[in-house]
Design a protein around this ligand. Sequence first.
Ligand SMILES: [Zn+2]
Length: 132
Amino acid sequence: MKDKNCIICNKKKFVLAFPFNTYFNGKIFFYKKCSSCKFVRIFPYPTQQDLKKLYNDKSYHKKFYSIIETNEYKESVNYLEKYLNNRIKLLDFGSGNGHFIKEINKIHKCYGVEFSLETIKRLKKKLRKRLF
Ligand SMILES: [Zn+2]
């Protein structure tokens, strides 16, 4: 995968999206925003080895999502509602514990994408009507 161009608009100019970064697998991952279309991505892209190491840990979602309160998802949904006038369809890329989908589905139709098969199985049981 070409690492320099935006996957949405194909432009090359990015700025830091947040003052935070993530140290994982001996690398620092930054969050960069495309200057043209505002798409936010991780830089550099994680390799297959990075993704395997991250998601093979079966406790991944327990570790990273258990401390997040469902109220934070309610706040996210309320924030999005300020900008959404109509009912829309959404894709939650990286659904985690499914809290966001559960909240946003009260108003909009939302589908989920998850890397971990274990997580997909759990989410399918929890949120029966949603596709993963
Ligand atoms: Zn772009």
